[in-house]
Design a protein around this ligand. Structure first.
Ligand code: GLY
Length: 347
C-alpha cells in the first residue's frame, strides 16, 4: 500500500482496497450515512462491494445510479442527485462517495461541494484517468451545452481510494484513454517518467501501472500543493486541454477525453514548434510516445474550426489566453498571448 498526502487528505493506492473501504472511510469522516454515486457500468461491478464494506463497519450506503457517459455530466443529472439526497434526508454530517471514472468524480464531487453548502466527499476512482488525474486535486464540475466543466467548484475530498484491481475490469478503450493523461505528466513535469513510458507499450505498461499511478499522483500533489486554485502553476496540468476540449465539443463528447487531450498535445506542440516556442523535434518525440499507447488519431475538424470553442475556454483572461507549451520534455510553461494571436496560429 502506498499513501500520498495531498494538502489535508490521503490518496491511498493498493490492489484490493475496495473491500476495505468502510474501515478506511471510517477513519476520515464522522458520517454514518453515505450516498454512493456510480454510473450504470460501474455500479454492477462495485456498488455491492462498497456498500457491504460500509455495512461491515455499521455504516449505511444508499446507491444512486445514472446513465454512463459525458452527456450525463449535466444540470439535469445533478438535479436528480440533489432530489435523491433531499428525499433520503441526507444532512450536513452525511457523505457522498464518488465511485467511478472522471464523469462520476466530477459530478458527484460538485454535488458534495454544493448540497447543503457542502458535505464530506470520498473519491473511489475506477478508471485510469480518474486515478491519475481527476480524483485528486479537488476540481469538481458539470458541463454546460456551451462547453465542458463550465460550472464547478474546488472541493477537497476527505480521502481518495485507488484500488488498482479495478483496472483489470476496465475496458481497453478506457485504459488507453487514461494513458493520455499519463503521457501529459511526463511531458509537463518529468523527463524520467516520459522516458520510462517510451520503454513500454499499451500491454507491457500494465505490469508497472501501480508505480506509474504513484508517479503521476506525486506530480499532481506537487502541483496542487503549490497552486490549489489554479492561479499559476496548476494551469500546466491543462497541457493539450484547450484544443482537446474544442475537439471533444466538436464531436459532442463522443470522442473520449484522453484521446482528445492527446490530439490537443500533438497539435499545440506542432504550433509551438512552428513558432519557435519549443525545441525542434519535440513533436516527433511526443508522437512516438503516443503511438505506443494507440493515442494518435485523425480528426475531422481543421485547426481553424477548433478556434471557436477556444473563445469559451476557462484559460481565457479577457482578451488574452494562456496556452500551455512544453519547451522540451519535462519542462512546461504557460505562454500568455492575445486570443487573436492564438487564433491566427490556428490558421
Ligand atoms: N485536470 C487538471 C487539474 O486537475 O487541474
Amino acid at each position: 500500500m502506498k499513501t500520498i498526502r495531498v494538502n489535508s487528505y490521503d490518496v491511498v493506492i493498493d490492489s484490493g482496497i475496495m473491500d476495505k473501504c468502510g474501515e478506511m472511510i471510517k477513519n476520515v469522516t464522522k458520517a454514518q450515512r453515505f450516498a454512493v454515486i456510480a454510473d450504470d457500468n460501474v455500479a454492477p461491478l462495485y456498488m455491492d462491494r462498497v456498500t457491504a464494506s460500509l455495512a461491515n463497519e455499521g455504516l449505511s450506503g444508499e446507491s444512486f445510479v445514472f446513465v454512463h457517459g459525458e452527456k450525463s455530466k449535466c444540470s439535469e443529472t445533478l438535479q436528480f442527485i440533489y432530489s435523491f439526497l433531499a428525499a433520503k434526508h441526507f444532512t450536513r454530517t452525511d457523505c457522498i462517495i464518488a465511485l467511478g471514472g472522471g464523469v462520476t468524480g466530477d459530478m458527484a464531487g460538485y454535488a458534495a461541494a454544493t448540497y447543503l453548502r457542502g458535505i464530506d466527499l470520498i473519491q473511489i476512482p475506477t478508471s485510469l484517468l480518474a486515478q491519475v488525474d481527476s480524483s485528486v486535486g479537488g476540481k469538481t464540475a458539470i458541463d454546460l451545452p456551451e462547453g465542458k466543466n463550465l460550472v464547478g467548484a474546488f472541493k477537497r475530498p476527505d480521502l481518495v481510494l485507488i484500488d488498482t484491481d479495478t483496472l483489470k475490469t476496465l475496458p481497453e478503450h478506457f485504459f488507453i484513454d487514461g494513458m493520455g493523461e499519463v503521457v501529459k505528466y511526463g511531458m509537463i513535469k518529468s523527463a524520467p517518467l516520459f522516458d520510462k513510458l517510451c520503454g513500454y507499450d499499451i500491454e507491457s505498461i500494465k505490469d508497472v501501472i501501480d508505480d506509474i499511478i504513484y508517479e503521476c499522483v506525486s506530480i499532481k500533489r506537487d502541483v496542487v500543493e503549490a497552486d490549489e486554485h489554479e492561479k499559476g502553476e496548476r494551469a500546466l496540468l491543462n497541457f493539450g486541454h484547450t484544443l482537446g476540449h474544442s475537439i471533444e465539443q466538436y464531436y459532442h463528447y463522443t470522442l473520449s477525453h484522453g484521446r482528445a487531450v492527446a490530439k490537443g498535445m500533438e497539435l499545440v506542440t506542432g504550433i509551438a514548434e512552428e513558432h519557435g516556442l519549443c525545441e525542434k523535434g519535440l513533436g516527433a518525440k511526443l508522437a512516438a510516445c503516443l503511438d505506443r499507447y494507440r493515442l494518435r488519431i485523425d480528426i475531422e475538424p481543421s485547426l481553424s474550426q477548433l478556434g471557436g470553442a477556444v473563445l469559451n475556454d476557462k484559460k481565457r483572461q479577457g482578451d488574452d489566453i494562456g496556452i500551455v507549451v512544453c519547451s522540451e520534455v519535462g519542462k512546461s510553461s504557460v505562454v500568455k498571448m492575445p486570443v487573436e494571436t492564438f487564433l491566427s496560429y490556428l490558421g
